[in-house]
Design a protein around this ligand. Structure first.
Ligand code: NSS
Length: 433
């Protein structure tokens, strides 16, 4: 049986002179003077395959000629030579060539509009950029799981179909569930809070849904949410956990995905430099800092992308903003015992202007306070009866957080738009392909 080498392994001085077989897709093609230059792409890299008419069989030449349309799939066998002119410095001089599928005219060329590229996203995800980002994302997810394991957390599987709004009604997707109204989960948090009473330290990696009614660079209607919840954890311990987790993930990615980061224009050492302690500021101080920079903000305003950009533009490490006014935050956040206007919460903002990647808090464990807050938000307390039970049977102080995987990947990969952190982005008015 033929052994096919990943292209990445062929791009190696030690392989020079060896005859190897590769399989992949034609990434670029050029013809001239009895020669075909077909750049092959596989999941690991690209290499130029040079097919010379008088060096291969007639059948092999015909098959190679049939594959000069990009995205044709094929198998090439050949001898590895070093060639400075070839895209990665090596070339495969073909001794045999087999077409797998001679492609039709590929609909992606230079200068395609963004909308068109989204319409044919199923083909656009083959790009080297998106391939690199998807690899970084896989490593981020692996890093999350490793970190939780190290901390003694159990992975669990909360529901996606839910009956109440964790994060308020304005971004809730509802649907008909056997004749009753149900929602797509905005966050697993409330269920994780229930599960800590069996497992104590839990996490989940699930899709979360937000009916975001505008187009922005950092909102998706469907995103991946990494959420952790721990019994007996207070706000200070929570901050330390987040800091350590984000640093752990950054170091892993810098080490294991350096090639992809560089390809995307991110220096791995920028990410390597992310270590505790992160910057820290209370909401009050953030308001002052923003005013000093000329922003018009009042105490009680929530921060959006613009404010977060100003706060983090010059930073190299993430910034915690803590102790927000409780009335602009979700109902479940614990009131600060030192100042009843505030919540024991934090947003973690990525540096360089990227902004929020985590929302976190100690949880309110007093049922009266919870009910008052739910009512103040105009939320239906009936849908939360089960949640209120958690405070009736052995309630303990506890804390947790939610991290947007795509937000994190956007920052790590230094991407303009969040949609490039997910293979099939769901944004306003788009659920195709
Ligand atoms: O609304 S959050 O700030 N907080 C929660 O959902 C908590 N219930 C999580 C928890 O404590 N278990 O969302 C958390 C994070 C936020 O910091 C972003 O990084 C991300 O989820 N997020 C999003 N990412 C992409 N697109 C959208 N629309 C989005 N909304 C939030």
């Amino acid at each position: 049986m033929t052994e096919y080498l990943p292209i990445e392994e062929v791009l190696d001085k030690k392989k020079v002179g060896a005859e190897v077989s590769i399989r992949g897709w034609v990434y670029r093609a050029r013809t001239g003077g009895g020669m075909l230059f077909l750049v092959f792409r596989d999941s690991t890299g690209i290499i130029q395959v040079a097919v010379k008419k008088d060096r291969v069989s007639e059948k092999a030449w015909k098959e190679a000629e049939a594959c000069t349309r990009i995205e044709s799939s094929a198998i090439a066998k050949g001898v590895v030579v070093e060639d400075k002119r070839a895209p990665e410095g090596f070339e495969l001089q073909a001794t045999d060539f087999t077409a797998i599928n001679a492609a039709e005219v590929f609909p992606i060329a230079k200068d395609n509009s963004e909308e068109w590229l989204l319409d044919i996203r199923h083909l656009a995800i083959r790009s080297r950029e998106l391939t690199a980002v998807m690899k970084v994302k896989a490593t981020v997810l692996e890093g999350c799981r490793e970190f939780f394991k190290k901390k003694g957390y159990w992975e669990t599987t909360p529901p996606i179909i839910v009956s109440g709004a964790c994060e308020g009604g304005s971004t809730l997707f509802s649907f008909n569930y056997f004749g009753k109204k149900a929602f797509l989960s905005q966050s697993a948090q409330l269920y994780l809070e229930a599960i800590i009473f069996s497992l104590e330290k839990v996490y989940a990696i699930t899709p979360s849904f937000r009916a975001e009614k505008s187009r922005t660079l950092r909102h998706l209607a469907e995103y991946w949410h990494v959420e952790g919840e721990e019994a007996h954890m207070n706000h200070e311990q929570l901050v330390a956990f987040e800091e350590e987790m984000v640093s752990f993930i950054c170091h892993k990615v810098a080490k294991e995905r350096a090639k992809e980061l560089k390809f995307l224009g991110r220096e791995p050492k920028d990410i390597e430099a992310v270590k505790p302690p992160f910057h820290r500021m209370r909401y009050d101080e953030a308001i002052e800092a923003l005013r000093k920079k000329g922003m018009q903000v009042e105490w009680g305003d929530d921060f959006g992308a613009d404010e977060e950009k100003v706060l983090t533009a010059e930073l190299k490490k993430p910034l915690f903003v803590t102790h927000f006014p409780k009335h602009i935050k979700a109902f479940y956040m614990k009131q600060d015992p030192d100042d009843e206007r505030l919540a024991l919460c934090n947003d973690l903002l990525a540096p360089e202007g990227f902004g929020e990647i985590i929302g976190a808090s100690q949880r309110e464990d007093n049922n009266e306070a919870l009910i008052t807050r739910l009512r103040a938000n105009g939320q239906d307390t009936k849908a939360f009866e089960w949640y209120l039970d958690l405070r009736r049977f052995g309630s303990v102080p506890h804390s947790g957080f939610g991290m947007g995987v795509e937000r994190l990947v956007r920052w790590i990969c230094k991407l303009e738009h969040i949609r490039d952190t997910i293979p099939f982005p769901r944004v306003i008015n788009r659920a195709y392909p």
